[in-house]
Design a protein around this ligand. Structure first.
Ligand code: GLA
Ligand code: ZN
Length: 674
């Protein structure tokens, strides 16, 4: 099956069923799609009632019409299975499909994304509607890809789901309840289970203190949605074995482990809604870039930007519009990091209901003479001119570890700064210095292959799974370089603390340290860290008290009873180096620390130092390198090039100094031979 494409796609979520009774609108949509160079639409996402108006009564007349219209106009369809929102008749006749909340209340019908994922009836209906869609449209020229449901999320706590969970646990623990009790440490508070049937999913009304249970519940809900997805996909595979499936992921959603979900789709796609212009756009760009890199790394292949807004959303606290130029910049950011599409929510604003004020390509005025439409159309031209980039990939010397199970366990842990461990922010803080230097980064999990990276950065890797200390030792021995921080290597995959000192097992040898205690600082407290060259930095939130055994000390704490104890260490281990950072900084330390490492390891970057807020990321074909240089500041910025390039958009040859206007992007191409 082909999971990469030979052009870049530009489009939106399209809900023509909302306009069925408005003559002329759909034809006008087709005209406007051409005008804005939109060549793909995600359709039928919320179309279930349209195609199955009553139980077992199917009517595809309108969907046929829409698919044909798209095909006639050279617009491809990412055709959705409609399981994201179910018809009202279904909830009424079969209330088992309603989701039960963690407090065991059952939802009424309404909203969306709120089904029981276990319900046999719901699964049967989803299978059947998908089968009919696949059979009907398998040879349709508009069909490009399947869009599974919409933004899978959440969990159900009904009795059917509970029973499934218990079944899942029995399998996981080989029917050995003693083993489960030991792993869950249930003698604590006398929580020992003496029968499988006593086990309830975590609930605010019941158990939340058994952290390994919480973890298993998250793992179960991840596998349950994967199982649900497999049921969705089965009929699609039967009729359309060559049509890829995708599911639009949501940012770095907590609910499910996307490292597992990535395996049940063919193409990764995600919905990206940064809060542009809410403060620091450079920081916002770094946060978005980190996620793009994570989604690309899931399959090491191009992904789709399934949703974004051309202007504003309606669900931020402050729904600020993108300033002129930002839509083009933020869309090309996605392409720079590996997206082969730029798609919006939504094509046309709804006339009623909750999303009527959400940004769209076509506003209520209905015509093309809007700022937003014109910017979208301009981007359409740009994407068409960049089509040679489609299918190209990125290579990186650096990986940052960002792991769902670690995040679940760390956030659940009672300790440190209890309610805000800042795991996501810490990973992005360790990513930012590379972004600023135009160094490509992959974002991976600890189980992935590390051997292709020169440097692996693992911030706050609190949970170190069995085998990982040995894997890290081997990686560093063979010449890899690794960075760890405070609060790392404390628990195993069952959330049981490692005995014998932190970080776990062999990691003490790899890093040449023992981490004895962590000092947690209140928001107005700080410490200072002094490097051996005399430079000093502010330490906030966490100061870990280390003993340097074999490691060299690069910096020490200046204040408090642990003044003089190591704050940054490095250990030469085999052919590589293992760095340990024992404090949280305000960004300035990490910037300089990683700056030195980038130089020392000679990490690949296409362009040297760039002004603050300007970055560069590359994609490669077999023959060429495409460098996307982007300016997230509101001032023109100069960048110095050390190669000769073709500016893909203007066709001009550029070298030496080049200027990027405010929010400017250049795509520079050079042959790999040179
Ligand atoms: C999500 C959904 C869309 C829409 C947008 C609004 O991403 O998938 O249906 O509600 O949010 O931003
Ligand atoms: Zn359920």
């Amino acid at each position: 099956m082909k999971t990469t494409f030979n052009k870049l796609y530009h489009g939106a979520d399209y809900n023509p069923e909302q306009w069925k009774d408005y003559p002329g609108v759909i034809d006008e949509d087709m005209r406007l799609m051409k005008l804005s160079k939109c060549n793909v639409m995600s359709i039928n996402i919320f179309g279930w009632t349209e195609i199955e108006p009553a139980e077992g009564v199917y009517d595809f007349t309108f969907l046929d019409y829409v698919m044909d219209k798209l095909a006639e106009n050279d617009v491809k369809a990412i055709l959705a299975t409609p399981s994201g929102a179910r018809p009202a008749w279904m909830s009424k006749a079969h209330p088992e499909v309603l989701r039960t909340n963690a407090d065991r209340t059952v939802n009424l019908h309404g909203e969306r994304h709120n089904h029981c994922l276990t319900s046999p009836y719901y699964r049967k209906k989803v299978y059947e509607i998908n089968r009919r869609l696949a059979e009907r449209y398998k040879d349709h020229p508009a069909l490009l890809m399947w869009h599974l449901s919409n933004e899978y999320g959440g969990e159900c706590h009904c009795e059917m789901c509970r029973a499934k969970f218990v079944e899942w646990l029995k399998k996981k623990y080989n029917n050995d309840l003693d083993d489960l009790n030991a792993k869950y440490w249930t003698k604590f508070w006398s929580h020992t289970y003496t029968d499988w049937d006593q086990i309830e999913p975590p609930s605010p009304l019941g158990e939340t203190a058994v952290h390994a249970l919480n973890l298993d519940w998250k793992r179960f809900t991840t596998e349950q949605v994967m199982d649900f997805i497999e049921n969705e996909v089965a009929p699609l595979r039967e009729f359309t074995p060559d049509t890829p499936v995708t599911a639009n992921f949501m940012e770095i959603l907590q609910d499910y482990d996307y490292y597992k979900l990535r395996n049940v789709v063919d193409v990764i796609s995600w919905d990206n809604y940064p809060r542009w212009h809410s403060g620091n756009d450079v920081a916002m760009a770094q946060y978005a870039a980190f996620q793009h890199d994570n989604f690309r790394s899931f399959k090491s292949q191009p992904f789709f930007l399934m949703e974004s807004t051309p202007s504003l959303v309606n669900w931020h606290e402050y729904n600020r519009m993108k300033r002129p130029g930002m839509n083009i910049l933020s869309s090309l950011q996605a392409v720079a990091h590996g997206s082969d599409s730029v798609q919006y929510f939504q094509w046309r604003k709804s006339r009623g209901s909750s999303e009527k004020m959400h940004g769209a390509v076509v506003d209520h005025c209905g015509h093309e003479n809007t700022r937003v439409f014109k910017e979208v159309a301009k981007l359409g031209d740009i994407l068409e001119n960049l089509s040679e980039v489609a299918g190209t990939n990125s290579t990186s010397d650096v990986a940052v570890i960002f792991e769902w199970e670690n995040r679940w366990a760390l956030n659940d842990m009672q300790g440190l700064i209890r309610d805000d461990k800042k795991y996501n922010e810490t990973c992005v803080a360790h990513y930012a210095p590379f972004w600023q230097r135009g160094v490509n980064v992959d974002v991976i999990d600890s189980l992935s292959d590390w051997s292709k990276y020169k440097l692996v950065v693992a911030p706050m890797l609190y949970m170190v799974k069995t085998g990982i200390p040995e894997k890290i030792a081997e990686y560093v021995e063979n010449g890899g370089n690794v960075v760890f921080t405070y609060a790392s290597g404390w628990v195993d995959e069952n959330d049981l603390c490692y005995l014998g000192g932190f970080p776990a097992g062999k990691l003490k040898d790899v890093f040449g340290i023992w981490a004895e205690e962590v000092d947690v600082l209140y928001p107005d407290q700080n410490n200072a860290v002094e490097m051996t060259d005399g430079k000093s930095y502010k330490a906030i939130d966490y100061c870990e008290i280390l003993h340097a055994n074999e490691a060299d000390v690069l910096a020490t704490f200046k204040d408090d009873f642990y003044a003089g104890s190591p704050a940054v260490t490095v250990n030469n281990y085999g052919k590589g180096k293992a760095y340990y950072i024992a404090f949280r900084d305000c960004g300035d330390f990490l910037d300089e620390f990683y700056g030195d490492i980038v130089d020392e390891l000679g990490l690949t970057r296409e362009i040297g130092d760039m002004p603050y807020g300007v970055t560069a990321h590359t994609r490669e074909s077999d023959t060429d390198i495409y460098t996307f240089v982007q300016n997230y500041t509101t001032e023109p910025c100069d960048v110095t090039l050390s190669n000769v390039y073709t500016d893909v958009l203007s066709g001009e040859t550029v070298s030496g100094q080049t200027t990027l206007p405010k929010y400017g992007v250049k795509v520079l191409k050079r042959s790999k031979e040179i």
